[in-house]
Design a protein around this ligand. Structure first.
Ligand SMILES: *[C@@H]1O[C@H](CO)[C@@H](O)[C@H](O)[C@H]1NC(C)=O
Ligand SMILES: *[C@@H]1O[C@H](CO)[C@@H](O)[C@H](O)[C@H]1NC(C)=O
Ligand SMILES: *[C@@H]1O[C@H](CO)[C@@H](O)[C@H](O)[C@H]1NC(C)=O
Ligand SMILES: *[C@@H]1O[C@H](CO)[C@@H](O)[C@H](O)[C@H]1NC(C)=O
Ligand SMILES: *[C@@H]1O[C@H](CO)[C@@H](O)[C@H](O)[C@H]1NC(C)=O
Ligand SMILES: *[C@@H]1O[C@H](CO)[C@@H](O)[C@H](O)[C@H]1NC(C)=O
Ligand SMILES: *[C@@H]1O[C@H](CO)[C@@H](O)[C@H](O)[C@H]1NC(C)=O
Ligand SMILES: *[C@@H]1O[C@H](CO)[C@@H](O)[C@H](O)[C@H]1NC(C)=O
Ligand SMILES: [Zn+2]
Length: 319
């Protein structure tokens, strides 16, 4: 997430890992800097206890009646996509954060939406989502990144404040479908990838073409998981209220395949196609994932469990 900015933060916060001769930067595709090494490369936060992504175990999800509907402002406005960029490790679409806002859904206040970016594997059949659900990994994941309005659109300021609710990220799973041209918006979005094949390239031609809503068409915005976590790239700051929507966006296989066959990683030595740009799941460490839907499974939440235990004990007493 927020790749360029976060690289700078690593430089600020972890000066010891960057010697002038051999700057050791994080990556996805090399053993010396892939995500298993991040706790060493960027130990201040990547080694933390509230890290993202996570595997969501649906049987342990607890009910939270506060998780109401979102109020998504500007999601139907096609004049909000400022540019699309190859930001070294992902494709990022920069958004007009004065027009796009997220509130409701039990997040504390109004959040200005800065950008969205994607994580993927290698084509629609080799998964690449960051979050998983009961171990299932989806082909791709879309992250819409917003920062609390009190930071005036400054993500660095939110991270510097060490505010655990400084950022709100909406995560959408992408699933492949055999239907062709699904959807027109994904066709348009992915058609720009050939203009940003190399790291650092960007184009603003994408303006006035696509709305955010058209990219997440078909997803019920009232059904989601909620937990407290982190950025999924170094510095892995634990500053994110995560919302992961249950229903995936359905996108034609062809459009999904364009990502892993078109854009390159930043790599000084070779042109290497960007594939598998996701972080593996992190330990929950006691965190609880909540959701709207009543959980009626074999593993009830602990509060229910204690009630059942008390009932069992009382019935034993009567026996
Ligand atoms: C990451 O690199 C380590 C070695 O540092 C290697 O054992 C591991 O298989 C790699 N994992 C991925 C997902 O590339
Ligand atoms: C990560 O944190 C744990 C516990 O604080 C510590 O034992 C471990 O050495 C740390 N690892 C790194 C790579 O900093
Ligand atoms: C719901 O919100 C109320 C009021 O803010 C709070 O007291 C309560 O703990 C919340 N419930 C959950 C499950 O988070
Ligand atoms: C949604 O947010 C917009 C912009 O902040 C606001 O004008 C509108 O009143 C909100 N709608 C609801 C239903 O809260
Ligand atoms: C954003 O916040 C950072 C950290 O507080 C600060 O250094 C920087 O000047 C701010 N940027 C802008 C454009 O205000
Ligand atoms: C899909 O879109 C392309 C380009 O817009 C068009 O030529 C083609 O006819 C469409 N196919 C179907 C089945 O709609
Ligand atoms: C963008 O939205 C404006 C205003 O709703 C509309 O007139 C225009 O046709 C839209 N552009 C595209 C490419 O859909
Ligand atoms: C990449 O280039 C650097 C500098 O020329 C070199 O030290 C390094 O070994 C190269 N890495 C690979 C994987 O070829
Ligand atoms: Zn992300």
């Amino acid at each position: 997430m927020i790749v360029l900015l976060v690289t700078c933060l690593v430089a600020l916060l972890c000066p010891t890992v960057r010697s002038a001769d051999a700057p050791l930067v994080w990556c996805y595709h090399k053993p010396e800097c892939n995500f298993t090494t991040w706790p060493k490369i960027s130990s201040q936060y990547c080694n933390g206890s509230q890290q993202s992504p996570i595997n969501i175990v649906t049987a342990r999800v607890q009910e939270n009646p506060n998780l109401t509907a979102f109020n998504l402002t500007g999601f139907d406005d096609n004049s909000t996509f400022l540019s699309i960029a190859n930001a070294a490790d992902s494709v990022v679409v920069n958004l007009d954060d004065e027009k796009i806002k997220v509130q409701g859904g039990d997040i504390p206040g109004v959040y200005n939406t800065k950008q969205f970016h994607l994580h993927w594997g290698k084509g629609s059949s080799s998964p690449g989502s960051e979050h998983t659900v009961d171990g299932k990994q989806y082909p791709m994941e879309l992250h819409i990144v917003s920062v609390h309005s009190k930071y005036n659109g400054n993500v660095s300021a939110a991270l510097a404040a060490k505010d655990s609710t400084g950022l709100a990220v909406l995560g959408f799973f992408i699933e492949g479908t055999n239907e062709v041209n699904k959807t027109k918006s994904w066709d348009i979005l992915t058609s720009y990838l050939t203009n940003i094949r190399n790291s650092g390239e960007q184009t603003s031609d994408i303006m006035n073409q696509i709305t955010l809503n058209s990219l997440i068409e078909g997803v019920d915005r009232t059904k989601y998981y909620r937990y407290q976590g982190s950025l999924t790239t170094p510095g892995c700051n634990e500053a994110v209220i995560w919302t992961v929507f249950k229903e995936p966006v359905k996108v034609s296989h062809d459009f999904i395949n364009r990502f892993s066959t078109t854009v390159f990683f930043k790599d000084a030595n070779a042109s290497i196609l960007n594939t598998y740009n996701f972080r593996g799941v992190q330990p929950l460490n006691g965190r609880v994932v909540t959701s709207q839907v009543t959980v009626t499974s074999a593993a009830p939440p602990s509060s229910t469990l204690s009630v059942i235990t008390i009932l069992l004990l009382s019935s034993l007493y009567w026996l």
